[in-house]
Design a protein around this ligand. Structure first.
Ligand code: IPM
Ligand code: MN
Length: 373
């Protein structure tokens, strides 16, 4: 269907292509039932691109991503490419996209579905109703800081180094996203760093505090060391609303937060750039899970994180909040009806549960969409 919405799909490696196929069903449904169409391009990323082009992201794919209104990304990596040169690792494809699209704000919501309260490894009363949003800085910090590399030092030892580096504007722009988002939620921001041991942590805390005072004093701001937050997230996760933190802490803390919800297979994310003159932001949407090589190609992967990533795209890139609500509602209802992929069965209850594979889960979601409208 012709439209003015340009979408680039990058399924990538491992379970990426499988879970993306389930999203294609929903895209087709949206075209037919809600007249929401996309002009879709598709390309390779990660190991798939490395095999074909010798690089984890071709310049053509990079150009297509810069031109698209939104990129829907699957996952990258796998044992096949473990021995690839560091500069060509599948992950570099994703990091190039983030950097060149300047996607500095990574929104990682962690919401516990009522039907899945038992799937969490924490006690139900600790996680029931949990709804938090981690904002991870995504284009700076130790992921990109220079100098980085390895060499043999003066003592003849092999030595490797990365640099944690942040500028004040980099900190401010991501904190601004957190404050803006908090205003639409419970109006609380927790900023996490290691101001006790890192210069970047001290600067982070200063800038968050200054920006808060200047422009967001209506929002409740508090600070915590990242290690203490890791502990509090397990002890009392419902204390938090919006959490803002740097690239590496955000990577780690969001994996931890995802397990509060029961599975890594559930959580979507949105990576956003700064709005341009027309208000349009460059954007990439991806599940926070990886390529899961152990189950790839077996039809076992949970397509929900990819589906919800598509839902976030509808909401944040195309202002289709009603359609995004529909997708989320359909997922919620399918879980309430007892559909479970394998990742959701660990420690969960078994009565009324239907164990399904990737395609059956996707079909159940589409069927539920049909029922909802
Ligand atoms: C993530 C992933 C990536 C990261 C990898 C695949 C480069 O773990 O999106 O959380 O470390 O940022
Ligand atoms: Mn990660």
């Amino acid at each position: 269907m012709a439209s003015n919405r340009n979408l680039l799909m990058l399924p990538g490696d491992g379970i990426g292509p499988e879970v993306m196929n389930e999203v294609r069903k929903i895209i087709a449904w949206m075209g037919k039932k809600r007249a929401v169409g996309f002009d879709i391009k598709e390309d390779l990323v990660g190991g798939a691109a490395l095999d074909k082009h010798g690089v984890p992201l071709s310049d053509d794919a990079m150009k297509a991503a810069l031109e698209a209104d939104a990129v829907l990304f699957g996952s990258v990596g796998g044992p096949k490419w473990d021995t690839a040169d560091f500069s060509k690792k599948p992950e570099r494809g994703l990091l190039r996209l983030r950097k060149e699209m300047d996607l500095f704000a990574n929104l990682r919501p962690a919401k516990v579905f009522d039907a899945l309260v038992d799937a969490s490894s924490l006690k139900p009363e600790i996680v029931k109703g949990l709804d938090l949003m981690i904002i991870r800085e995504l284009t700076s910090g130790v992921y990109f800081g220079e100098p980085r590399g390895r060499h043999t030092n003066a003592r003849g030892e092999v030595e490797a180094f990365d640099t944690q580096r942040y500028t004040a504007p980099e900190i401010r722009r991501v904190c601004a996203v957190a404050f803006e988002l908090a205003r639409k939620r419970k109006n609380k921001v927790l900023s996490a760093e290691k101001a006790n041991v890192m210069y970047t942590g001290v600067l982070w805390r200063e800038e968050a505090t200054k920006l808060h005072k200047e422009s967001y004093s209506d929002v409740a701001l508090s600070h915590m060391y990242a290690d203490a937050l890791a502990m509090q997230l397990l002890r009392s996760p419902k204390d938090f609303d919006v959490i803002v933190t740097d690239n590496l802490f955000g990577d780690i803390l969001s994996d931890e937060a995802s397990m509060l919800t029961g599975s890594l297979g559930l959580l979507p994310s949105a990576s956003l750039g700064a709005p341009d003159a027309t208000g349009r932001r460059k954007a990439l949407y991806e599940p926070i899970h990886g390529s899961a090589p152990d189950i790839a190609g077996k039809g076992l992967a949970n397509p929900i994180a990819q589906t919800l990533s598509y839902g976030m795209m509808l909401r944040y890139s195309f202002d289709l909040g009603n359609e995004a609500d529909l997708v989320e509602k359909a997922v919620e209802n399918v879980l309430a009806a007892g559909y479970r992929t394998g990742d959701l069965l660990v420690g969960g209850k078994t009565d009324g549960i239907k164990k399904v594979g990737t395609q059956e889960m996707g079909d159940a979601i589409v069927k539920e969409l049909d029922r909802l409208v």
